[in-house]
Design a protein around this ligand. Structure first.
Ligand code: SF4
Length: 949
């Protein structure tokens, strides 16, 4: 397929748009007879990962049911292609065990007794409780906690309309370390690599098979490779991505920054850097390092200072740390220098999410981009903010006035996102309570570390007053809710999506397929649940109605934001919400739509996506607008300000917009880190992870001169601990599973249903001649889990690995989690905070309205490892550091596959040890966190101060 074209001329094998109203295919099941089947094709957006690829729902004209999902060729990011998870949406919508009606618990929390309730009762109950909390100035006790958002801005707007600081997310167990590393350079917290036009691509981890923006990025990495780009992959695992690479660098986990800085040293020493770019576009004049102050010095002196500072990062040092050969490091560095401005890279989770100091690899990787001048260039590293588009709706509420310390506590002032995984510990410490808690596509009991602490929190009605799980399916967490509220899958709801998928900017529209088709045929619906299966609703309409329930007469000032922009005083509809946005906030859309005689809303309902622009390179070089320049001032550092706010920077005597950083340039020297008590990290650095060999030696009481307890918490093993010490990699994704959301996708579970422990043959020998299939016991700091070994050379020695996604469980024999993907377990609290789980029965065929569940042939659901991990908040980024130092031994005679034990008293103690390493606010001027660093649902400026200045 050639590149995307708005007129559809790139299409080769996909149904052309003019046939979407009546698409004919022969019925495969009727073969060899030629029986025609006719479909309506309706575009929507996949919700099975963050990439937001375009789906086409094939609705059978005869039955009115969705028969399958394929790719939407008119979607500019996915271009008609999908990964396995997109078409598997069909399993999810037809899952016989899904939640179809609002449910309310009828027994004790967690007892598994449920009764059907009505949406009206749900709205009345929550509306009353939330209204009272807000009126009594307890707004912080209302919390919305999201796993997969799947939308842009609508929740921020709603929470600000309610006037509360109540947005919580999953991001601090996902990507916030990488985000901090990028953000400190250029304010944007994510990369948008232009893989398709690159000459050299460096991936930290497995982005080609399972990475962030997986399918849109993977196809462009392949485009780049087909045009001659070389690919290098840093990953201790020989992933499918690494197997496609020209260079596989199996770095010892947590040493990636050492390798990247060694590459930077090669480029500096060989004078192969882009001097003009570094001079013009970094804040080098602020550099203070090793007694060197750049102010008043020459650029040449700066380069010498950098060479001196990074002198210790020889390729030999990096080899010693990482295990990657020095000559490979040198060769790769030279290839990167040769690619110059066409050097692209990606880092999102992997080393960033696994390690203490995981934000440093992003800082170090960006140094390579800065040295090669590959920022904002064709084939280089772009800023997500330049490629992602979030339109503004009508009537945006003012920012909230208060600060919620359950979300942004003082200990981690530089965390990019809420410290969500510490919530049970915060409540245990008495920092607050929650009156109304909404979990949305969010399963922390299973996906978070320390899940038993979550169970202890969720079952405590003093700590959590009322809990609603908004979810399409049952889950381990929903089991402990008071209400389970069914929300739609990707063909059953509205959302706006846009991502940084390529060098362009686009917007996509998720829509409820049945409602859209039936409205086209003339039917009228007040609410989407009237057209969805059962009473499955969509969140947009739920939140609009809940806002009206909180403020029925408009006296609280909330209702006004949920009234029609076209019919004053009337309740807002989804058509009006999105119609207004498409008419007023998406550049070029109204004009394009009108050429086809369509309204902007009709256009988006027809095509499902719209490409806004491809003009996205070097946006930092745009001149400051004349109106902004009038009355502005230029400071000594070249920053152009107007009314005290920065609007640009002088570069080669021209006022250009630059980056949204304090210096308006790329921050080689982070004054923010220096000012906020981390001056030793003001330049990109490397420091050792919590699972580094020195930390392992220290944990065993051995002399480890490299171990520095100022930065690294000491692991304290129980006195009777047995087994060999290893680093466990627990976060690698499988390309066809979706955290816990794929539990009801039979096509996907048929492919992947086991997560064995990867062990290198060298280590298998060391642990006593382990063979594939042997039962292993893996001890963490707070418990253990038991699983099978897989002996493989596809993993560096000294490391063991176990994939994410698998190990679902249910406490009831016949419900709670889909039986095709979970084990029935006996779960007991054997002492205060001491939890034991044993599998009673694993997967087997079963009767259900879906005849295929009788043909389930696999007999394993994997083992739940995350629940045995303590929390590890990085002292700088606040991110949970996922990698675990573990002890591995052969399982004993009493151990059984899937056994789990955890002591939450120990997990609280580990939390305290990590918390002690943080350097809390206040920062300069009594601030809670730097004003320039973004915050989800940003409060007004006065809330940033502990005390008003
Ligand atoms: S990458 Fe796969 S799961 Fe993610 S949005 Fe695209 S098709 Fe869906």
């Amino acid at each position: 397929m050639t590149d995307f074209k708005r007129d559809g001329s790139h299409l080769a094998y996909c149904p052309p748009v003019e046939k979407w109203d009546d698409w004919m295919e022969l019925d495969a099941e009727a073969w060899p007879k030629r029986v025609e089947k006719h479909y309506d094709l309706v575009p929507t957006i996949c919700f099975n990962c963050e990439s937001a690829c375009g789906l086409l729902a094939y609705v059978d004209k005869e039955t009115g049911k969705v028969a399958k999902f394929e790719g939407n060729p008119m979607h500019p990011a996915s271009r008609g292609r999908l990964c396995a998870k997109g078409p598997a949406t069909i399993n999810q919508i037809h899952d016989p065990d899904r939640v179809l009606y609002p449910m309310k618990r009828s027994g004790a929390r967690g007892a598994g007794k449920w009764a059907r309730t009505s949406w009206a009762e749900v709205l009345e109950t929550f509306g009353t409780r939330i209204r009272k909390a807000i009126q009594e100035e307890r707004g912080e006790e209302v919390m919305y906690h999201v796993g997969r958002p799947g939308h842009d801005f609508i929740m921020e707007r709603m929470l600000q309309a309610w006037g509360i600081d109540g947005h919580n997310s999953h991001t601090n167990v996902c990507s916030s370390s990488a985000r901090l590393g990028y953000l400190l350079w250029h304010h944007a917290d994510r990369p948008s690599p232009d893989h398709a036009n690159a000459r050299f691509i460096l991936l930290l981890s497995a982005h080609l098979e399972s990475g962030h923006y997986f399918n849109p990025h993977a196809q462009r990495i392949i485009d780049g490779k087909m045009a001659g780009a070389k690919l290098a992959v840093m990953d201790p695992r020989l992933s499918n991505t690494a197997s496609m690479a020209d260079y596989w660098m199996p770095t010892y986990p947590g040493t990636e920054a050492a390798v990247l800085l060694a590459m930077a040293k090669v480029i500096l020493d060989e004078n192969r850097f882009d001097a003009a770019f570094v001079r013009n576009w970094t804040n080098w004049e602020e550099l203070e390092v090793d007694g060197f102050k750049a102010k008043g010095q020459t650029f040449e002196a700066l380069i010498e200072a950098l060479k001196k500072h990074y002198a210790r990062f020889t390729p030999q040092f990096a080899e010693k740390e990482s295990g990657v050969k020095a000559e490979v490091i040198v060769k790769t560095a030279r290839e990167i220098a040769t690619a110059g401005s066409r050097f692209a890279s990606h880092l999102w989770r992997g080393s960033a999410s696994g390690n203490l100091g995981g934000w440093q690899p992003a800082r170090a990787l960006m140094l390579l981009h800065v040295l090669t001048g590959s920022v904002g260039t064709e084939g280089g590293h772009n800023l997500n903010a330049w490629n992602k588009f979030v339109p503004k709706p009508f009537k945006v509420p003012p920012p909230q006035k208060r600060w919620n310390e359950l979300l942004y506590p003082p200990e981690w002032p530089l965390c990019t996102h809420e410290m969500s995984f510490l919530l049970p510990h915060f409540l245990k410490e008495g920092r607050g309570r929650i009156e109304a808690y909404f979990t949305r596509v969010f399963n922390p009991v299973w996906t978070y570390p320390d899940g038993f602490s979550w169970i202890e929190m969720l079952r405590d009605e003093e700590k959590v007053g009322l809990h609603a799980a908004l979810t399409p399916t049952w889950s381990e967490t929903a089991w402990f809710a008071d209400y389970v509220l069914p929300m739609g899958f990707s063909s059953e709801r509205h959302d706006l999506m846009s991502q940084e998928s390529y060098a362009g900017k686009w917007i996509g529209f998720r829509q409820p397929v049945n409602r859209v088709l039936r409205e086209r045929a003339g039917e009228k619906f007040e609410y989407t649940y009237q057209a969805n299966p059962g009473e499955v609703w969509e969140e947009d309409e739920f939140w609009i109605n809940l806002s009206w329930a909180i403020d029925p007469d408009g006296a609280m000032g909330i209702r006004q934001y949920f009234e029609s922009p076209y019919k004053p005083g009337q309740k807002l509809t989804v058509d009006e919400y999105y119609g207004w946005i498409f008419e007023n906030s998406v550049p070029g859309l109204p004009e394009t739509a009108s050429k086809e005689g369509l309204t902007p809303l009709q256009y988006m309902r027809k095509y499902g996506a719209f490409e806004i622009t491809k003009d996205v390179y070097k946006l930092n070089e745009r001149p400051v607008a004349a109106a902004e320049l009038a009355g502005s001032q230029v400071g000594a550092n070249g920053v152009v300000t107007k009314a005290g706010k920065p609007v640009g920077v002088m570069v080669e005597d021209e006022a250009v917009v630059g980056y949204n950083t304090p210096s308006r340039k790329l921050e080689l020297f982070s004054k923010t880190l220096a000012d906020w008590k981390w001056p030793e990290f003001a330049l990109p650095e490397y420091y050792r992870s919590h699972i580094h060999r020195s930390a392992q030696a220290a944990s065993m009481g051995e002399h480890a001169e490299d171990f520095d307890p100022k930065y690294t918490p000491l692991v304290e093993w129980p006195k009777d601990a047995r087994g060999e010490v290893y680093t466990l990699l627990p976060i690698f994704r499988l390309p066809n599973l979706i955290h816990t959301r794929s539990g009801n996708a039979k096509f996907l579970y048929e492919i992947s249903h086991k997560n064995p422990l990867w062990v290198n043959p060298v280590d298998a020998k060391k642990v006593g001649g382990i063979r594939t299939g042997d039962l292993m016991k893996v001890h963490t700091e707070i418990g253990y889990f038991v699983l099978h070994a897989w002996v493989t050379e596809g993993l560096a020695p000294g490391v063991v690995a176990c994939s994410h996604h698998l190990g679902r469980w249910r406490v009831n024999k016949d419900d709670q989690v889909e039986r095709m993907s979970s084990a029935w377990v006996d779960l007991k609290e054997v002492g205060k905070g001491q939890w034991k789980m044993r599998q009673i029965e694993s997967v087997s065929p079963y009767e259900s309205p879906d005849p295929e569940t009788k043909r389930v042939w696999w007999s394993d659901a994997g083992v739940h490892q995350d629940i045995t991990f303590p929390v590890h908040p990085d002292p700088v980024s606040g991110m949970h550091c996922w990698h675990q130092m573990v002890r591995v031994e052969r399982a004993g005679v009493d151990d059984r596959y899937g056994d789990i034990f955890v002591d939450t008293n120990l997990s609280f103690a580990v939390y305290q040890r990590w918390k002690a390493l943080a350097r809390p606010a206040p920062g300069p001027g009594g601030l809670r966190r730097p004003l320039w660093i973004p915050r989800v649902v940003r409060p007004e400026e006065s809330a940033y101060y502990f005390k008003k200045p």
